[in-house]
Each structure stands twice: as C-alpha cells, then as structure tokens.
Design a protein. Structure first.
Length: 206
C-alpha cells in the first residue's frame, strides 16, 4: 500500500499492531482520527496514555483497578469466602455481566501451557494458595476454559488445594468444549456458575 504521507503511514503501522486490527481497518481508523477535532483526538490519546500509566492490579485478586484494592474486593456485600478463579480480567467482566455471582475473584493471568512456555510460576497461583491458607475461604470455583490447557491448570490447582479443606467446584459444562469463558453468552455462563459441581479430576478431558 502506497501512502501519500509518512505521518499517516506511521499511524497506520501503530494501529495495525493492535490485536484484530488489519492494515485496512487501521487505515480507516487513522483517516477517521484525521477528520476529528484536535481536542477529540487529544482526549482520546490522553485516555490511552493515562490508562497505561495509572492502571493498577488489585493486590488481592489481581483484577485491574484504579486503586490498590479493586471495587469487588473492597465491597463488604460480596461473599469473600467464595472465590472464582478465572484466566484473565475479561472473564471477570463476562461473569459479572451475568449478575449471577456475588463472590470474589482470583485472576490467574493465564493458564498453564508448556507449548507456549507458560508454567505455574508465571501465573498468580502462589497468591491463590496464600489466600487459601488463611482459612477464610469456604469454596473455590474453577472457571477456566474448557480446553486441554484449562484442564491441566484445573488439575494442578486441585493438587495444590486438596489439603486445604476448601470445597473445590467447577462450572458446569454448559460451556462448549474448547471455548473460552469470555465468549459464552450470559445466560449459558450464568447457569454454568449457578449449577457448578464438585471438582472431580475424572471430569477432565482425556
């Protein structure tokens, strides 16, 4: 693609680095920004920069937050004895949108995947174990993707948590095998949370 402006080309190159954005879409976005008032573009760029510079991770659950302790962890009306373990922050958003879960969360920051070079030490598993060892938790819900990697992570966590005396459950398999939590519709996801079952390694994929 030939550009009449190096400035435009540079902007397209940067936008195209975003996930799911091809060069044609990046060009449309860049041309859209050119047509906007300078104040609007400045507000847009400042919002992105401020997010990058100031956003935090909750020191309890590792969810993104504007403060050291996220709103969910700081909410006294939540059931903090019930913790839902998820892969990333998008899963927190998906489950919250169902309105069916009123406990707390723990964001792992990924799942165990040897192929991708991701091991237990790369996730917030140690932090989860520490929370479990406080004696304040009654139930831990494993809400990880129904994939081989998700099942591997579930099994690893079950072995680490088996002597804590905490009830270990998993969301029901209303979520299709191989799907990520964030892509499930709200009704199916909500029912999977409500109809969670005791965790059993025999339920894992072969």
């Amino acid at each position: 693609m030939v550009y009449s402006s190096k400035l435009l080309e540079n902007a397209v190159n940067e936008l195209a680095r975003l996930p799911g954005i091809g060069r044609k879409t990046a060009l449309r976005l860049a041309l859209h920004l050119i047509r906007q008032e300078e104040a609007n573009v400045e507000s847009f760029s400042q919002a992105i920069l401020k997010m990058k510079q100031e956003i935090k991770r909750c020191h309890v659950c590792h969810n993104i937050s504007d403060t050291e302790r996220c709103e969910i962890c700081a909410n006294p009306k939540r059931d903090h004895a019930t913790v839902c373990v998820v892969q990333d922050i998008r899963d927190v958003m998906a489950i919250e949108n169902t309105g069916q879960f009123h406990g707390a969360y723990h964001v792992l920051g990924g799942i165990i995947s040897p192929v991708d070079g991701i091991g237990p030490e790369d996730l917030t598993i140690a932090s989860l174990i520490s929370r479990a060892e406080t004696g304040d938790l009654k139930e831990i819900i494993l809400a990880l993707p129904t994939t081989i990697e998700g099942d591997t992570t579930n099994f690893y966590l079950s072995q680490k948590l088996k002597d804590t005396g905490i009830l270990l459950t998993t969301i029901s398999r209303g979520i299709p095998i191989g799907d990520d939590i964030e892509y499930a519709d709200e009704i199916t996801l909500g029912r999977s949370i409500l109809n969670r079952i005791p965790f059993d390694t025999g339920n894992l994929q072969n």
